[in-house]
Design a binder for this molecule. Structure first.
Ligand code: SF4
Length: 213
């Protein structure tokens, strides 16, 4: 039997704020742990993701059935909610068994990955969205269904994304205080410039504008 999944939290209902399904109501499964940063504030600046805004440390071990139970409780009395599987880096843990159990219960599932781990086989309603990160010694290996490129932090991956058949979303890096201020405006302007030049779409972290988790 496989070890339990380390789950940081399950929450919702909320709104998928990023990527192809931004604006769609959903619940979240946030898995613990990441291979791009150890999650400690003292090491954030030197990590592969100094802009990371997620607490993915700790959590609790749950088996697949217990995860489904938690998610179904969040969905109770509601219909049409999708599922976002995030982290941390979810593909450190997500496997075929978990996807097979969860997929029949949701109209769609997004798996948000940094791209350094392969994705297991999945049905068409389960899509892998890659926000590529430059993790030393860990090249991109995932074949995503969509790209979400953080601008300007990960612009070096844009050419590779544009050469692939998957659609590309550009997302301005957001300061800790939220989507405002001169730095954010500059990042947004860069996204718009690249979108106009390459036909990419814009991902604006809609949850931050809506004031939801
Ligand atoms: S890969 Fe994602 S979760 Fe991990 S440190 Fe980077 S931004 Fe944060």
């Amino acid at each position: 039997m496989r070890p339990a999944y380390q789950v940081k939290t399950c929450f919702g209902p909320t709104i998928q704020g990023e990527g192809p399904r931004q604006g769609a109501p959903c619940v979240f499964l946030r898995l613990a742990g990441c291979n791009a940063w150890d999650g400690r504030s003292e090491t954030r600046a030197e990590s592969a993701c100094p802009y990371c805004d997620t607490d993915f440390r700790g959590g609790e071990p749950l088996d697949a059935a217990a995860i489904l139970q938690r998610l179904r409780e969040l969905c109770q009395g509601r219909s049409g909610l999708g599922l976002v599987i995030s982290g941390g880096e979810p593909l450190l843990q997500v496997d075929e068994e978990l996807i097979a159990l969860l997929a029949p219960h949701f109209p769609w599932i997004d798996i948000e990955t940094n791209g350094t781990r392969p994705a297991p086989p999945r049905p068409p309603q389960v899509q892998v969205v890659c926000s590529p990160k430059a993790v030393p010694g860990q090249p991109l290996v995932v074949v995503p269904d969509a790209w979400k490129i953080l601008i300007p932090a990960q612009e070096q991956f844009l050419a590779q994304a544009l050469e692939s058949p998957a659609p590309v979303w550009l997302q301005p890096v957001c300061p800790d205080h939220g989507p405002s201020g001169p730095a954010y405006a500059a990042n947004l302007a860069r996204c718009l410039d690249l979108a106009y030049r390459h036909g990419c779409r814009i991902s604006i972290q809609a949850h931050k504008y809506l004031g939801v988790e």
